[in-house]
Design a protein around this ligand. Sequence first.
Ligand SMILES: C[S@@+](CC[C@H](N)C(=O)[O-])C[C@H]1O[C@@H](n2cnc3c(N)ncnc32)[C@H](O)[C@@H]1O
Length: 265
Amino acid sequence: MLTFLGALGVTSRSRGRVAPLCSNDSERFFKESNLSQEERVNLYSILEEADLDGVGQIALRHAWSLSTFLDRRPVAEYNSEAFRTAQEFLKHHRGQDIIIDAGCGTGVSTEIIAEGNPDQLVLGVDRSEVRITRKKEREVQNAQFIRANLVDVWRLALEHRWVVKKQYLLYPNPYPKKTDLKIGGELELRSSWLGYVQEFAHALRTLAQDEEVMKSLGLAGRGIKISEVQTMQLTNNYLSNFERKYACSGMPLYRLLVHFGDRSS
Ligand SMILES: C[S@@+](CC[C@H](N)C(=O)[O-])C[C@H]1O[C@@H](n2cnc3c(N)ncnc32)[C@H](O)[C@@H]1O
């Protein structure tokens, strides 16, 4: 069962990051460049601190206004159409668990996740036509890609009572948005921006502690577990292009794991 959690893409500022090169070339670029370790990291790093007080308040405000926001925002036709494609795919693989790679970009991570989980179906969703239609590196039978806005995909998945085992949110570009995530099962967030991961965790904890908000989001009675922010030690087992790019620059990468627990009723 997918669960709706608004306000999680909430962050109090935009990212403002400049990516100087295509991630596929990043290993070569850093090998050939004469940049010092500090200069490499500075290419991508963001100096802002997490604003935990601010994000907690924003998360609560957005949670309360979520249904009004959705009422005013009909599902776009292109998203419905993309969702139908996903439904067809699921029909042919009935009974298998669903994993969503949310904001999958060119889909490298979707394919790696699908290869690592041959008994599960992995749906890569991205709104960028250019990225999602990029030629895929592997032929993976249990992966499907759709070009769609995640907000509508989450709404439709909820409406169609999809059971989502896990969602990956890999290196999202955060920006202030009224509704950003609808989460079920388990969530794995990875980012190079410590402040963002801290804010994300704090927003979730703030919501989880508020019983009324949890009820309004349909999450009451669940034992939500939010991990501490973890620093990842990656050598070359990169899950996505952005992960590769940031890891090759030498900057630390962070992860948050969330278990949304079982429904009590
Ligand atoms: C920084 S890229 C990361 C891509 C990939 N996950 C990776 O790690 O290489 C963020 C991706 O999220 C997608 N995205 C952002 N907001 C989205 C939304 N509301 N619906 C669908 N895709 C979205 C963008 O198009 C972009 O491809």
